[in-house]
Design a protein. Sequence first.
Lengths: 281, 508
Amino acid sequence: MSLYPDLKEGTVVVDGIDVRFYDSQRGNGEPPVVLLHGMEGSAEKDFWALFPMLAFTRRVITFDFGLPKDGQDLTLEHCVAQAQAVIEKLAPGSPVALVGYSFGAVVAEATAARKPDLVASLVLIAGWMKTDRHQLVRNGIWRELAQSGSSALSDFNLYSSYSAHYLCARTERDFQEIVEKSRRSSISPVVIKLSDNIDIGAEVQTISAPTLVVGCIHDQIVDVSHSRELFGAIRDSRYVEIEAGHAVVQERPAELFMLIDNFVAAPHATSPGDVYATSTP
Amino acid sequence: MMNSQNVLADNEQLQKEAERVNVAIIGSGFSGTGLAIQLKRSGEESFVVLEREHSLGGTWRDNHYPGAACDVQSHLYSYSFKPKPEWSRVYARQPEILEYLRDCATSEGVDRHMRFDSEVLGAAWIEESNEWLISTANGSYLARVLVTASGHLSDPKYPNIPGIDDFKGAKFHSARWDHDTSLEGKRVGVIGTGASAIQIIPEVAKVAGKLTVFQRSAPYVVPRMDREYSTAEKNMFARLPHTAEKLRRDLFWAGEARFPQRRGIESFISRVEGLALDHLADQIKDPDLRAKLTPDYAIGCKRVLISNEYYPTYLRENVELETQGIERITENAVVMKDGSKHDLDALIVSTGFETSDLPISHRIHGTDGLLLADHWARGEQAYACSTVNGFPNLFIMNGPNSGLGAGSIIFVIESQIDYILGALDYLHQNGYTRMEVTQDAEMDFAAMIDRNAQGTVWLEGGCKSWYVDERNGRLSTIWPDFMSRFRDSNGVFRPEAYEVRSLAEQKV
């Protein structure tokens, strides 16, 4: 994988599942950043831009969620155990800056609630804590298209992932690249099934880590209202919105990077309840 | 060059005649005009803008060559505090940009503070009164604070080619275009293939009888995604200003996301390199010509250029690309290293600007008469890209490490304006009349720049560019980090790095 020069790769086995991890190794003395990818993704697909940006100044670790063999159900417990195993293997004894995106944000919430000692700070990007009707409709369409083998599946993913404005502002070349990328990627049905049934609101309220919640204004997969509620649920949290669709890691990676980098460097530089203003460049 | 020490020799007489102001700004381009506007908006009235020419505009006044346009989208390449919903197209051309700058100055009333035909001949720090004495071609000034806003791309640089002065035909630098010289049907040579040259070449090719382009190294060129804005869009931007602000942010963050290209990240480099090389392959089919136009260094080491017209120009019958290297120039020809010769009627020199040895630094004398250029003899550096030990109450805009590899210089300029206004406010609030950055702070800052520069394409990309100072190998003109970091680092005044004092009887 070409996320970063001199990347260390390896595997940990958790619950009999292989989990592939990636580590930039060099850091600046601050807690390493651990990135948790989304439903559709691999670490590389979601973090090809964010990982190197962060790795210029700090150690960055990420991994691909491993799925159970033989079609068994994936559980949130599996995912938390994988995050825990990677953290304890690569950064034993010191808490990390845990950054979750989309489904990875759900895992990050559960990890921060259940294993507070692992987490120095928490960033939740386009996350949620209780699956709502809007998401169920989407998952239903996805299931229907996947089961019927429809070629519309990748277009549906593209259509719901990106903001309309972003897609329309691309050059033809860049748009075709997005289309190709969308055709190559796939979501496992077990991940969709797990995402149908997320309901961890009570746990999220127990999160004590300083937290930055990032909502995406044009998100059609996880409506921005979920991020606003997370901001309400987590005591020591601040909030910011980005003008992007769910694919914020593709649409505005540099803005996301600046927010994460500044926050994890000094999580208490801002106060609980702060709402970041949109800056004018 | 005029000896600025001599200019200031009759110090007492100059001081007697001098007009006293709080702030003197050298230069009326985007930096100087922008600072003037924000100064005035902050309530400051006691300031002058000293301009050597007889009108404002800096780069956009001087570079009026055919085809001159900006390589940054206009909704980003304009002041955030003076938005213009009516930009005619994505990448405005020179006349529209110059008109914008003039409108800004007029509508904000800063044109009244501009002193034209007032080239700064010398400036000296007067310790007794904590002021700068500034001698110009048109009167002298005493200023509490001096700001150089004289640009990084303002003094043409000519190539050191034997015999270039012997050439008898028309000859001018692209930044000093001679519109009285008709190139119609002439045999024209263009030296250089940088950002200006690739805009000029397609235009000259249309009128010249024969055009020969002398290339030292081929640039990377990507498509220019330009178009006119519709009336509907322009009205939308005017009626719903947040739509224009959103566009500005989209453009800014897209530029910001290109930075990893400059830091050796393969996934970023391969995308932009593919874009450039595919653009070349799409437009140039002949393999020999394509080879000549293919760069031999890592992308981003020099500025990545944008044009749709540049490559097709070489498909014209009357255009030739010469890559052998120039041996010398005669009265009427350019002679190549392989002995071949190009007879020419006119020669256009488009070889860039004095960047590593800023001309203004040869005219500014700090404490104990120290010349800024001598202080910088082994290379330029400045704390927060703005201030220099030994030069109290002096701010440098667009100076050391203030250039960008990908992005809008207006963002840098606005950051520096904020920094200067913060410093002025600090002086004023505390009654100080003298501030000087400590040597330690300046050295630590330079070391930080050096650390960030390691691993960048500018140092490791295998090209010779104006970003690197030949004297010390330091990356001295460009900011080797994200633009946002420029604003974090250099856009907010922090007094800790400064020694401050006051003249008891004399307050700002």
